[in-house]
Structures are given as C-alpha cells and as structure tokens.
Design a protein around this ligand. Structure first.
Ligand SMILES: [Zn+2]
Length: 466
C-alpha cells in the first residue's frame, strides 16, 4: 500500500451501550483497579528515575518491564497484556503532552503546564484493547470477534472478559475495526467505544462524482425559537423531552444541595443527579445524530452559517439556550456524517442572513421581535427564519460555484406552482419559492411523516402573519 493512501485514512469512533453480566462487571472493576495502580506506578517510576538518574524513562522500557512487574504484582496477571500496555501508553501520552506544553510555553504561547498527576480510582474509568486484528502467518485473525445476535444486539468476544453484550444501534464494518475501549460512566452504566478506520480519499472521490451527477441543496438557519429552520421549510423544534429532563435535573440538584455532604443520602442523590445528566447528554446526542443523519440522507449540499458560537455565548442572555440547542454539535455531526456519505457541508458568511431578502437581496432591517420578513421592494413575505435559511442555501450554492446547476441565477425565479418541494432547487434547476399569500397545499416535506412525531413538527405555513 502506498504511503499517500495511508495518509488519507483516519479513525472514527462509535459508542455503544454495553450490558456486562454481574461477573463481567466484577472483572472489569478489578481490571480498572489494577490498571489504575499500574498507571500511578508507571508515573511514579518516571518521576523517581528522573529525580535520581536525570534520565527519561521511555514507553518501551516500561513495556519490557511488564513481565517482571506481573510477578511482583499478581493482580496485573488478571488483565489482558494489550490492555496493560495501553495503560502504559496513556502514561507516555501524558508525559508527551507535558513536554509539548513546556515547549510551547517557552515559545511564549499561553498554555497551562501541568506535571502528570496520579489518578484516584474513581477517575480511572476506561480500559482499551489496542488491537482487534492480528497478523498470523500472513493472514488477519481477529483477537476480538463481533457476533451479531439479532438486529439490535451483538456480542463482543473480549479476551479474558468473555461475551459482552452490546446494543448495536448502527452497522459497523468490523473488518476495519481497530480498537475497543470499555468505559464506565459516573451513573454506573457501561459503554464500549469502537474505533474504525475510514479511507477519506475513497469517500471524497465518490462525493465529487455524486455532486457532479445531481444536486439537492439545503440551507439551515439555526435559531432559538426553533432549533433549525431549513430552506425546504422544515421547522425543527427543540425536543420537549430534553426540556422536561432539565426541569427534573434542577429539582434533583436542589435536593442534593440540601443533603449533608458525604452522608449516605448525599451520595445516593449525587448518583441520581449524575444519571439525569447522562440521560440529557445522551438524549441530546441521540436527537442530533438522528437529525444530522436525516439531513445527510436527504441533501447533497448542506449550508450552515459560519457562527462564532463561543462569541455568541459571551454577553448573551440566550447563551444557555444556544449551548443547550447544541448548534455546534449539530454542525459537527452533520459534517462527519456528510464525509461518510459523500455529501458536502459548507459554512457560509453569517452577516445579514436575517436581514437580506432571499428574493431580491435588499437588506430589510429587523428587530428580534419581527417574526416576518416583509420586503418593501419585491413584496415577498416570509417567516424570518425561513427567509434566512434560503439566503444561507443561496450563499452555499454560490460559494461552491454551483449556480450553473441552478439555472445560472440563484433565487431569482418566482414560481407560484407548488412543485416537488416548497422552495429550493427544483428539478428544472431553478430555485423556486413557496407559493405566496396562500396556504401551501404541500406545506411540509416528508420529514413530518417521520415516525418521530415529537421531533419534526411542521409549523403552519409561514406566509401567515403572527
Ligand atoms: Zn425583496
């Protein structure tokens, strides 16, 4: 395999819920205990040798000493040797980072430099099998096998742990699996993270070809009132169930603050709070994964505004809502799914997307309270966020130089007929607009037929004034 080919490869990590048996959980906890001990031991060794001999202990040295150490500390024998080695690699990484930070600081960069610290057992939460496949007599042999049970569950055959049940919520190409990490979350739930190698060149090549063939574009306006409004007139609401969970979290946190610190009830309540935290985190990720998957499955070119999210959050009373909405996460999820699916995601200039008229380009100033875009020049009336999403779509098309695919001009053809969609690029290659001043008969696109009814609620046609 040529070197250039190697360079286009990168790893993607997928996270799956795991359901260890009681015995497996006991084993995993024991491993974490042993690994935490090893981590701290290796760290101390490096520190001591530096102090006494003024030399840096290398990873290879610590790895070579493992058999001797195992004889002295039998608990290490319980753990698979790959996993032990990975822990030593973590120590190595911590030191490398420390030395790099030192270098950067010397160069005058603003970095916090911290000497690698010992870890308490509570903070040592994961263990990694650093190899899934192994070469044996020129053939690849799996060290870890994946056995599908049905279309929901599978077993991971982990050496020394046994058959670990996981919820396989998506397909993965096991022949390309590289590492498996087992992780315990603060709530006590277990997960496995599987990293899979992906060839970027291949995917990009396919993407280019697809873009050449035909193109469906969409612009997405991220907002507070709605999480997102698309130029295909999909109004995506903030998921209600997350809001409900947040209310519950607040209640339980209040309860926690009233409990005596360190008491049994305090610890119990703390776990409860952590569980809700994790639930919210997972629910939001899940929601954004689904949403980004839908976007990528539906369009070839997806345009977002290039938002300065940290900048927005500063001095902004809406900050919490913005963060909770997970705009950044949505863009990230969409971007990496797009890479896999051969779809292009572009970030366009965010200036005046709300003010610009999507039909004639006139800047129409608005206050936050103005929910409608009413253009005095061309007379168009649209929901403000919907108008912005069309502007974003146009900018994406222009940025990608695809205006030739859309009839040479973007957004300049007003069609009153209700075509395939309700706006965006029509099959004839024109940008069409939803019918004006009338109820849109095919108002929402296919998304509203989705089984997740809670998630995609189309709003009343945007031409009606609020
Ligand atoms: Zn106008």
């Amino acid at each position: 395999m040529s070197r250039a080919k190697e360079e286009s490869k990168f790893l993607l990590t997928y996270k799956f819920r795991a359901y260890p048996s009681a015995l497996q959980e006991y084993k995993l906890e024991n491993w974490l205990f042993a690994l935490c001990w090893l981590y701290n031991h290796a760290l101390e060794e490096r520190k001591r040798v530096w102090k006494e001999e003024r030399r840096t202990v290398k990873y290879s040295e610590q790895q070579n000493n493992l058999p001797k150490l195992k004889k002295k500390e039998p608990i290490l024998k319980l753990v698979h040797s790959q996993v032990l080695q990975d822990t030593l690699r973590r120590v190595d990484k911590a030191f490398q980072k420390f030395f790099q930070d030192l270098e950067r600081k010397k160069k005058g960069e603003k970095v916090k430099v911290g000497y690698p610290k010992k870890k308490p057992i509570a903070k040592y939460k994961s263990l990694t099998f650093s190899q899934v496949w192994m070469k044996q007599k020129g053939k690849l042999v799996p060290i870890i096998k994946l056995e599908k049970k049905n279309n929901r569950f599978a077993y991971l055959h982990l050496p020394k742990i046994g058959k670990l049940k996981i919820r396989l919520h998506r397909e993965i190409d096991w022949t390309r699996a590289k590492t498996v990490t087992v992780k315990r979350e603060p709530s006590g739930n277990w997960y496995v993270c599987i990293s899979v190698e992906v060839d970027l060149d291949q995917i990009l090549k396919e993407a280019e070809e697809r873009v050449e063939r035909k193109i469906k574009t969409v612009g997405i306006d991220l907002g507070v009132k709605h999480l997102a409004v698309t130029s295909k007139k999909d109004y995506i609401k903030h998921p209600k169930f997350i809001q409900k969970l947040e209310k519950r979290l607040k209640r339980e946190q209040k309860k926690l603050s009233r409990k005596e610190k360190g008491s049994r009830n305090f610890e119990k309540q703390k776990k409860k709070v952590a569980k809700i935290h994790e639930k919210i985190k997972n629910a939001r990720r899940d929601f954004l994964h689904k949403l980004s998957r839908k976007l990528v499955g539906r369009y070839h070119l997806i345009s977002f505004e290039d938002l300065d999210i940290p900048g927005l959050v500063e001095n902004n009373p809406l900050a919490k809502l913005i963060l909770d909405a997970g705009w950044g996460t949505l863009i990230t999820f969409t971007t990496y799914k797009a890479v896999m699916a051969g779809v292009k995601v572009v970030k366009v200039d965010a200036a005046y997307t709300t003010q610009e008229c999507s039909y004639c380009g006139l800047k129409v100033p608005k206050t936050l309270a103005d929910r409608m875009h009413k253009c005095p020049r061309c007379g168009i009336e649209l929901d403000r966020d919907y108008n912005a999403s069309i502007v974003i779509d146009k900018r994406g098309i222009e940025k990608e130089g695809l205006t030739h695919l859309t009839g040479g001009r973007v957004g300049a053809t007003r069609t009153y007929a209700c075509g395939e969609g309700t706006g965006g690029v029509s099959s004839k290659g024109e940008i069409s607009y939803p019918s004006l001043k009338q109820e849109s008969p095919c108002g929402s696109s296919g998304w509203s037929n989705s089984r997740q009814r809670v998630v995609f609620l189309p709003e009343a046609p945007s031409v009606r004034a609020e």
